[in-house]
Design a protein around this ligand. Structure first.
Ligand SMILES: *[C@@H]1O[C@H](CO)[C@@H](O)[C@H](O)[C@H]1NC(C)=O
Ligand SMILES: *[C@@H]1O[C@H](CO)[C@@H](O)[C@H](O)[C@H]1NC(C)=O
Length: 346
């Protein structure tokens, strides 16, 4: 039967067209829909197995082409409610926690919310251009500030004339500029991260938030369905202090109280986070009110490490509601969204 179809095709299309079809078919089937493989190796002796797999993804889904075509919403501005002072003071307690957010911030009840569980058996392997980190990531900013927002601790910096570091490539269709970095952590070591991997939580997660450069400012970018890109890293406990955090944790006591901020000695962002060599990417939202959607997430497949003492410094901060910790939102339903897994060979 296939032979007859082939002969028919050959007669109608000519052999070149059929060969092209066959090549397209098989390149797709073998190259792009493989299950996510376990990771091995890694920089500085970090052997990471954050993403592992068992089953093959549904075969009708193809990685590469769908990745580029399906991820991106249409970029027209939308009206977003702002997280302003007239609204409830959101937090993580029984009274103002994640289950209540959508009362004041309707988008928090949306269909494309973050975080999500990154189930390796649902991930599709995707390929494309590498994610590019601009040189400014390796340059020392003019000044750097730590800020206790009452919900988390944020890191901001200024790079002067050079401009802030930018991300481009990978799933991003335009450059995105660094805005701020912040952390989510638990009051005990078995939870604290926002994203989970195969339902497993991690003690801490850091988010490097970027806004689409052409929108000029984070505030303006929030109005667009392609306004933000966030790179997330999960932490695992380590007996040794993590060098990534040694520039931050000694300054945390200066921002103990909610609303306080402090200058800290500036360091390049690349001393804190490094370009992930493998990551999961999907379309989601901010994980705090107003829960704006249109966030391209990239969650590293390689974890960072944190020691008990370093985590204690985070846990000693004060929030609006008492001590800061367990400032993570539970995972949200995927609602049909796809998660793509990208492994970059260096
Ligand atoms: C921080 O650096 C920026 C330039 O990158 C400068 O405009 C600003 O005045 C600096 N802030 C302070 C308080 O020095
Ligand atoms: C994660 O939890 C959900 C809901 O309880 C369950 O349906 C799913 O099978 C779990 N996934 C894994 C990988 O254990």
């Amino acid at each position: 039967m296939y032979t007859t179809m082939l002969q028919l095709l050959l007669r109608t299309l000519g052999s070149a067209a059929v060969i092209a079809l066959l090549v397209a078919c098989c390149a797709d089937a073998t190259g792009d829909t493989k299950p996510v493989a376990p990771l091995s190796g890694g920089a500085a002796g970090v052997v990471d197995t954050l993403y592992q797999t068992s089953e093959a993804p549904p075969s009708e889904l193809t990685g590469y082409r769908r990745w580029w075509s399906s991820l991106w919403p249409v970029a027209s501005p939308i009206n977003l409610p702002e997280a302003d002072d007239r609204k409830m003071h959101y937090g993580y307690t029984e009274y103002n926690g994640p289950a209540t957010w959508s009362l004041e911030y309707p988008i928090c009840g949306g269909n494309h919310q973050s975080p999500v569980d990154l189930s390796s058996n649902r991930m599709l392997r995707a390929s494309g251009t590498p994610l590019r980190w601009s040189a400014a990531y390796w340059h020392t900013p003019d000044n750097m500030t730590l800020m206790n927002s009452g919900h988390t601790v944020e890191l901001h910096a200024n790079w002067g004339a050079e401009g802030a570091p930018q991300l481009s490539g990978g799933p991003l269709r335009a450059p995105y500029t660094f805005w701020q970095m912040h952390f989510h952590w638990g009051t005990s070591d078995n939870h604290g991260s926002e994203h989970t991997i195969n339902n497993a939580s991690f003690p801490m997660e850091v988010h490097a938030v970027h806004y689409k450069s052409e929108y000029g400012s984070p505030r303006n970018a929030l109005r667009y369905p392609d306004g933000l890109a966030v790179v997330g890293f999960l932490f695992q406990m380590s007996p040794d202090a993590s060098s990534s955090l040694t520039n931050i944790t000694p300054s945390l006591p200066q921002v103990r109280s909610a609303g306080s901020s402090s200058r800290i000695p500036p360091v390049p962002l690349a001393t804190i986070i490094n370009p992930p060599r493998a990551y999961a990417t999907y379309q989601g939202s901010l994980t705090t009110p107003p829960c704006s959607e249109g966030v391209t997430w990239m969650v590293s497949g390689y974890s960072m490490s944190v020691s008990t003492e370093q985590l204690a410094a985070f846990r000693s901060l004060a929030s609006h509601d008492g001590s800061m910790g367990d400032n993570f939102r539970p995972v949200q339903p995927l609602n049909g969204r796809e998660i793509f897994y990208v492994s970059q060979s260096s």
